[in-house]
Design a protein around this ligand. Structure first.
Ligand code: FES
Length: 172
């Protein structure tokens, strides 16, 4: 068989082959996509096309399934992942304004990555540190009692320069 692999690693290709050896192998599409996202942090078009070929599922269906589920992402995560908790405890203490400030400084909306690949912005439901609300996570570091006025200072810790005009990366 001719190789059409655009870059999926051998373990994922083997997993797909294993799935396709079962009855209704195509029903393993979501676990396959999850495995790819776990490994790469997002689903690229090339990887989805490869899944389409290996699983003999039309590309439009693979894309359709992936876009239906909110947990799939189609842009690479930034070097620094900013997550603003929007759970109840954080929200009532002003997480919305904190999120707006991050969004304004970075020039992107939640779910997007800056064009230089440095920052991505996300929301979470509860980061499990409600006593510290409002909570922001940057990579693995937790910031508690964050006020809108703290946002620029936090971003600067990760090399953000206010003068740089950031543009969002387009999503699928
Ligand atoms: S609601 Fe934000 S940490 Fe729990």
């Amino acid at each position: 068989m001719t190789s059409t692999h655009a870059g999926l690693p051998a373990d994922i290709i083997n997993y797909i082959k294993e799935c396709m050896g079962n009855r209704h192998g195509e029903s393993y599409l979501i676990p396959v996509l999850q495995k790819i996202q776990n490994q790469f942090g997002y689903l690229s078009k090339a990887h989805m096309d490869e899944v389409s070929q290996l699983m003999q599922i039309p590309a439009v269906k693979v894309t359709g399934v992936a876009t239906f589920y909110h947990f799939f992402s189609f842009v690479p995560k930034g070097q620094h992942r900013v997550t603003v908790c929007m759970g109840t405890a954080c929200f009532v203490r002003g997480a919305g304004q904190v999120l707006t400030r991050f969004s304004e400084f970075l020039g992107i909306n939640p779910g997007q990555t800056t064009s230089d690949g440095k920052f991505s912005l996300e929301c979470a439901r509860c980061l499990g540190a409600c006593a510290l609300a409002p909570v922001v996570l940057v990579n693995d570091r937790v910031y508690g009692a964050v006020q809108p006025g703290d946002v620029l200072k936090i971003l600067k810790e990760y090399g953000f320069e206010k003068a740089v005009q950031q543009k969002p990366v387009r999503q699928l």
